[in-house]
Design a protein around this ligand. Structure first.
Ligand code: PLP
Length: 447
């Protein structure tokens, strides 16, 4: 990507250059070991300038790289760390579990404790099954939907990400609703032929899809708060429309709450909008920084799952006690009075500070859902993937180098959202907002 001529480069004298000798050495070695030097693609910094930094440790909202540079972190491991890094209670709980061993492949009390904690505080699921990642949770939920309905096709939305399962690595074609085209090599066409893709926030597309394919449509899957391609917050009215039309046509509605679950409220987006989906998937916060995913539904739907029912799904490390202990300690904190209210207010404060003196007319605003935020290089609210102007990502790219060098860490792509954790103090937020605000005014040429 070339830096667009519209982007005002940030003055060199305003950018401190951090020393990253050790990171550079490790990255050079990592490139010999892993594709692109990383174990998950976005970490490779391909959408921004420079090379990935290697992290040594984290504490609260701060992370420290292997050269000793300090950053205020808004990536929070892509969402799981709602309490911040190395939270003492979570760490103590992990250590207590570790003292008893790491994995048994047999049931443990901790699975019951986390399962019970979730179900007794969530009106939208009656039974849950733990997996080890969000991708696995979604893959299993889709299989359950197909098994339960005895139908084959699924429908996803353009701009929603659901993990790297074959059936959902699919892009839209050129029509309003299309059979998908694979967004990755290695996926047989026959798989993606079972996946329909529709634009978000468009009722007509769903009506058309159901008219044409409803008889064989097992489920519609949506991130109820789409947060993987910017933050494309949908209206209640649209989500409610999806709930009604799926119910009327015997199609299951899956809310993929891998990001929004336990993030916008303990009951996630289902609770926030008060909409009952048929199946909900979770990940990220549910494991408090260790690998956990889950899917949950009514007892009736979950009775399909092996060994009770015919839908097979399993995992060697599913319900791992160390991961369960981390999830449990994290979610117990999330249940504290005003936990979500405080996070949301802090995020609103942060947004107010970042955007100080930057009118929306300048081509920038921020979108928020609870403690999720997105730096939106547009004057208008964005609700659909095709409303994002990819050329504007050059503004983010320019800004990113500046904020990173000044000690603010975010996911290295303008399509990624940021997260505020319980550990971010007003002081941390004010300090980072000032840095981002200064960088923004330069890239937007507002001086
Ligand atoms: C909404 C959503 N679903 C599924 C996934 C996949 O989860 P994982 O990366 O744990 O496999 C993600 C990951 O970011 C996600 O955001």
């Amino acid at each position: 990507m070339q830096t667009s001529k519209l982007v005002k480069p940030i003055k060199q004298e305003d950018t401190k250059a951090m020393i990253r000798k050790n990171s550079d050495k490790l990255y050079s070695k990592a490139k010999d070991l892993f594709p692109g030097g990383v174990n998950s693609p976005v970490r490779a910094f391909r959408s921004v300038k420079g090379d990935p930094i290697f992290i040594d440790r984290g504490d609260g909202c701060h992370i420290y790289d292997v050269d000793g540079n300090e950053y205020i972190d808004f990536c929070c491991s892509w969402g799981p760390l709602i309490l911040g890094h190395n939270h003492r209670g979570v760490r103590d709980s992990i250590v207590a579990a570790l003292d008893k061993g790491t994995s048994f492949g047999a049931p443990t009390q901790l699975e019951n404790e986390l399962g019970d904690l979730i179900i007794s505080n969530n009106r939208f699921i009656e039974k849950i099954r733990f997996t080890s990642s969000g991708t696995e949770a979604v893959m299993s939920a889709v299989r359950v939907a197909r098994g339960y309905s005895s139908k084959n096709k699924i429908l996803k939305f353009e701009g929603c990400y659901h993990g790297h399962l074959d059936a959902l690595l699919v892009n839209a074609g050129s029509g309003l609703v299309t059979l998908g085209t694979s967004s990755s090599a290695g996926i047989p066409e026959a798989y993606v032929n079972e996946t329909l893709v529709a634009p978000l926030n468009n009722k007509e597309a769903i009506e058309q899809a159901i008219a044409e394919h409803g008889h064989d449509l097992a489920c519609i899957i949506i991130e109820p708060i789409p947060a993987n391609n910017g933050l494309l917050v949908q209206d209640f009215e649209y989500l409610n429309f999806l709930r009604k039309i799926t119910k009327d046509n015997d199609i299951l509605l899956i809310f993929d709450e891998v990001i929004s679950g336990f993030r916008v409220g303990f009951e996630g987006a289902a609770g926030l909008y008060n909409i009952q989906p048929d199946i909900i998937t979770y990940g990220k916060i549910i494991g408090g920084g260790l690998p956990v995913g889950a899917y949950g539904a009514s007892k009736e739907i979950m009775s399909c799952v092996a060994p009770d029912g015919p839908v097979y799904q399993a995992g060697t490390l599913s319900g791992n006690p160390v991961a369960m202990s981390s999830g449990k300690a994290t979610l117990e904190q999330c249940l504290k009075l005003n936990f979500y209210k405080d996070l949301e207010e802090k995020t609103a404060f942060f947004i107010e500070k970042v955007t100080e003196g930057i009118p929306a007319a300048s081509g920038f605003h921020m979108q928020q859902a609870g403690s999720i935020f997105w730096l939106t290089f547009s004057s208008n609210r964005v609700t659909k993937a095709d409303e994002i102007d990819s050329a504007k990502m050059n503004f983010f790219k320019e800004l990113y180098s500046y904020i990173l060098e000044n000690g603010v860490y975010m996911g290295p792509s303008g399509y990624e959202v940021g997260f505020v954790s319980e550990a971010h103090t007003i002081e941390d937020l004010t300090k980072s907002a000032k840095i981002i605000n200064t960088g923004l005014k330069q890239v937007l040429d507002l001086h």
